[in-house]
Ligand binder design. Structure first.
Ligand code: FDA
Length: 507
């Protein structure tokens, strides 16, 4: 305890030394004796993580307003033997942006959320603390024919999302968010502010999909905006998972990755409480970057089994489709994208992911149906790849899941009751489902998506975890790119200061 107070005092005095006489650290350094501390600590999307870990409380939470304050936080942490956790949107599935087992501080990017759009150049600068919703909103304010291909949930933070890949409903047309990043500002372990030119192509490669937390604090990103038509078409078709409709889901695997790039149809299998006879339902949730008149003939030709009718479909602007996918009601104003105070996505959950390279046999979907009846608050989300994703080489950025992958699967279980027992029950169930799926998904390695972080895949056992130890989990996320990531890590952070349970090791 005495040690903790001493560390805390030394950290504060170091921060003061850096800023005085220019500023007052009390505006952006929150320690346990400050009333704002508790509310800043509790900003998290998955309270399971805080319950199930031996995490310490952060010595301080720094909410920088500029790069000098980030620099000071990094240097003062290093000087005082503290770890750093960087939080942008706080959506990390395992809480790695705000939990740590050794003394640490959080650098919380909430005040760095500035976005500047340049429609003429078709680019934007966006700071890491902004949310996807804010980015989409501001793009649409400037232009009805531009958008950005990133995730579906508007409260997700740009910082973690872009640095881990990031995909949404335009993935088949334009690839990942990280594929569309063209520059970035980062503060490195020595406190230097570098951009693409000064950080070099290796580090710039690494932060687009390799996870930012291993390499520094990414302050802002320059992105290439993409073109969207003035009118797009969306639909939600619900199918009860009876014998006939299970065949449609099976068929979807064959067609969804091969449609023209403008068409994205994902499938969400879930339990519907109000139907006792057939409680498992498959939702076909789609964005078509074009008009209804072109969608219907396309569907009749390539996926007639779905039985899509014009009345299932709605034409709208791209920004309205963002709201539609995020689950807002028709007619809600786009401003709803700006608020995350009452974020509907906060819940206890555990998720895992897979990539599918060969269509799964029909009996797998029947078995999934049976298993879901036992569990209830559970989702299987299948996002089609193909299109642009198959054109980008595996080594272009660290995210390697390209040609040959038909779709990504996310398994997600939620629960409402707090407590270790409740958590264990649901997590066990999910792990059993994951084991069952093994024969039907990618192999050698069985791949996973970094942004659906899963500590079950393996963790760094100690501070100096070697490259070969970390390969257990690293190659699942990055395949052959893991080696290059470790080499970049060794050259930019040779003392492994920026580390966590799944940070890139030295090579
Ligand atoms: P958070 O702040 O927790 O950061 C995640 C990781 O990145 C941490 O390791 C953190 O330290 C690091 N980091 C964050 N900011 C950094 C910075 N500035 N510099 C360096 N490192 C930084 N994904 C997807 O691809 N498509 C989707 O549609 C969705 N939808 C979705 C919905 C919901 C409800 C959740 C909870 C999550 C998703 N995701 C997703 C997953 C999401 O992309 C993933 O969790 C991101 O890492 C979240 O980024 P945040 O900045 O919000 O998280």
């Amino acid at each position: 305890c005495i040690n903790a107070i001493a560390t805390h005092n030394k950290f504060i005095s170091c921060m003061n030394d850096y800023f005085l006489p220019f500023a007052n650290t009390s505006k952006y350094v929150f320690t346990q004796n400050r009333s704002a501390y508790a509310s800043l600590v509790s900003t998290q999307h998955n309270p399971r993580c805080s319950n199930s870990t031996a995490s310490k409380k952060p010595v301080g939470i720094v909410t920088p307003q500029n790069t000098a304050e980030i620099r000071a936080a990094i240097l003062c942490s290093r000087q005082n033997g503290l770890q750093v956790r960087v939080r942008s949107g706080g959506h990390d599935y395992e809480g790695l942006s705000y939990l740590c087992k050794t003394p640490f501080i959080i650098i919380d990017m909430r005040n760095l959320r500035w976005i500047t759009i340049d429609i003429k150049q078709e680019t934007a600068w966006v700071q890491s603390g902004a949310t996807l919703g804010e980015l989409y909103y501001l793009i649409a304010k400037e232009s009805q024919t531009h958008g950005f291909p990133a995730g579906i949930c508007p409260s997700v933070g740009v910082g973690g999302h872009f640095s881990g890949g990031g995909f949404g409903a335009m993935v088949r047309k334009y690839g990942l968010a990280a594929d569309n990043v063209i520059d970035a500002y980062l503060i490195d372990v020595k406190g230097r502010l570098v951009n693409r030119e000064t950080m070099g192509e290796d580090l710039f490669w690494a932060i687009r999909g390799g996870g930012g937390a291993s390499f520094g604090v990414i302050v802002s990103w320059k992105i290439k905006l993409v073109r969207v038509p003035p009118k797009v078409t969306v639909f939600n078709v619900h199918k009860k998972m009876d014998r006939h409709n299970t065949k449609i889901v099976h068929r979807w695997q064959h067609v969804a990755p091969r449609f023209q790039n403008e068409l994205f149809i994902r499938v969400v299998i879930q339990y519907i409480h109000d139907d006792k006879n057939t409680p498992i339902q498959a939702l076909f949730n789609s964005l078509f970057l074009g008009e209804l008149k072109d969608l219907i003939p396309l569907m009749n030709e390539s996926f007639p089994e779905l039985g899509l009718e014009p009345e299932h479909c709605i034409e709208m602007s791209w920004i309205e489709s963002v709201l539609y996918f995020a689950g807002f009601s028709r007619g809600d104003p786009p401003e709803v994208l700006l608020g995350n105070e009452t974020d509907p996505y906060v819940s206890y959950f555990k998720a895992k992911s897979d990539f599918v390279t060969k269509p799964m046999p029909k009996h797998v979907f029947k078995e999934i149906r049976k298993k879901f009846i036992q569990q209830k608050l559970v989702f299987l989300i299948m996002d089609p790849y193909g299109g642009r994703m198959s054109e980008i080489p595996e080594s272009r950025i660290p995210f390697p899941h390209r040609k040959g992958n038909l779709y990504n699967v996310q398994y997600l279980v939620k629960w409402e009751v707090n407590g270790v027992q409740a958590s264990n029950k649901h997590i066990h169930w999910l792990r059993a489902l994951y084991r069952y799926m093994q024969p039907y998904v990618s192999k050698n390695p069985r791949s996973a998506y970094l942004n659906y972080r899963d500590l079950d895949l393996g963790t760094n056992p100690h501070t100096n975890t070697t490259y070969s130890e970390a390969r257990v989990w690293g190659e699942k996320y990055f395949k052959r790119n893991f080696k290059r990531l470790a080499q970049v890590k060794s050259s930019v952070d040779p003392d492994n200061f920026f580390r966590n349970e799944q940070s890139i090791p030295l090579h």
